[in-house]
Design a protein around this ligand. Structure first.
Ligand SMILES: [Fe+2]
Length: 290
């Protein structure tokens, strides 16, 4: 197939043009896509892809098991109202509301630096987000390469961080990012809280990444609150410098596939309510970070 791959930045990301998926899924093509994704540091933008929800799910399953699959764990209860009514594997992001006041998806999802579902024992690996309807301008998503951010640290800092673990807790986002009535209290009973190494290694490539994020990380295990805050603040400032970033301006039918193990992302919410936005996301369950 004659599709075209172009790099998005010097460091990470690739965009793919003229990618066509035949009826059903071609195994070779899917494997090529995953290889390209790994080579591009875990971020690809596939343009102009007309995927049905079913095709989206079936492509996503090539990356691994999905949150919401009947045999797997769902996402946290707080977002269950945003799950697609016919497809439990699909989480919907939207600013649209039906006539009876039911949101079509989560509005303002991820408007802070985070790595999807990092508060679970097995956090998200790939997220596959497909744009169905987007505003003419605005609603960009920014990605920060946490492998490059790790590489850029001094050897002394790498040694300091290597033995450390941090706690990731949905409660951090529930407190700051969700309105109180929306949060399901059950999500705070420990099932959405996990301890992960500060530095994790991607098994497929052996590459190390920083793995903390302001959205969900509560503190570094075993340190004083002030010590923990000083290190985390430094890492957040360090890892979101412009040389580690790619800002995606969405086009309809874009499919973005990012690796939450080595990238943080930030959804910019700068578009008005009267400009409809609707996206569908499948989220792959990853391995326990090591
Ligand atoms: Fe996200």
């Amino acid at each position: 197939m004659n599709y075209l791959i172009k790099p998005l930045t010097q460091g990470f990301g690739a965009e793919i043009f003229n990618f066509e998926m035949a009826e059903g899924l071609n195994e070779n093509l899917t494997q090529e896509l995953i290889e390209t994704w790994n080579k591009a540091g875990g971020l690809i933008v596939v343009h102009n892809l007309n995927l049905s929800s079913k095709q989206h799910i079936s492509l996503s399953k090539h990356f691994g098991p999905l949150f919401g699959d009947p045999k797997e764990d769902p996402l946290q209860d707080t977002v269950s109202r945003y799950i697609h009514p016919d497809h439990p594997e699909i989480y919907r992001v939207s600013n649209q509301v039906s006539k009876d006041g039911i949101p079509r998806g989560r509005k303002g999802a991820g408007t802070y630096w985070h790595s999807d579902v990092s508060f679970r024992e097995r956090p998200a690996q790939a997220s596959l987000l497909h744009a169905k309807t987007i505003p003419p301008v605005g609603g960009d998503t920014i990605f920060a390469d946490q492998a490059a951010a790790y590489d850029a640290l001094s050897d002394g800092m790498k040694d300091l961080l290597a033995p450390l673990f941090a706690w990731h807790d949905f409660e951090v986002a529930a407190r700051t990012q969700y309105s109180k009535p929306v949060v399901v209290e059950n999500d705070m009973n420990g099932a959405n809280c996990a301890r992960h190494p500060l530095i994790r290694t991607k098994p497929e490539t052996g590459r190390k990444s920083l793995f903390v994020n302001p959205g969900f990380t509560s503190h570094i295990d075993g340190l004083d609150a002030n010590e923990s805050k000083a290190i985390l603040d430094f890492l957040y400032q360090h890892s979101t410098q412009p040389q580690f970033l790619y800002r995606h301006r969405w086009a309809e039918k874009d499919l973005l596939i990012w690796d939450n193990r080595s990238l943080m992302h930030f959804a910019v919410m700068d578009y008005p309510d009267n400009e409809p936005r609707y996206m569908e996301r499948c989220t792959v369950i990853g391995e326990r970070p090591v």
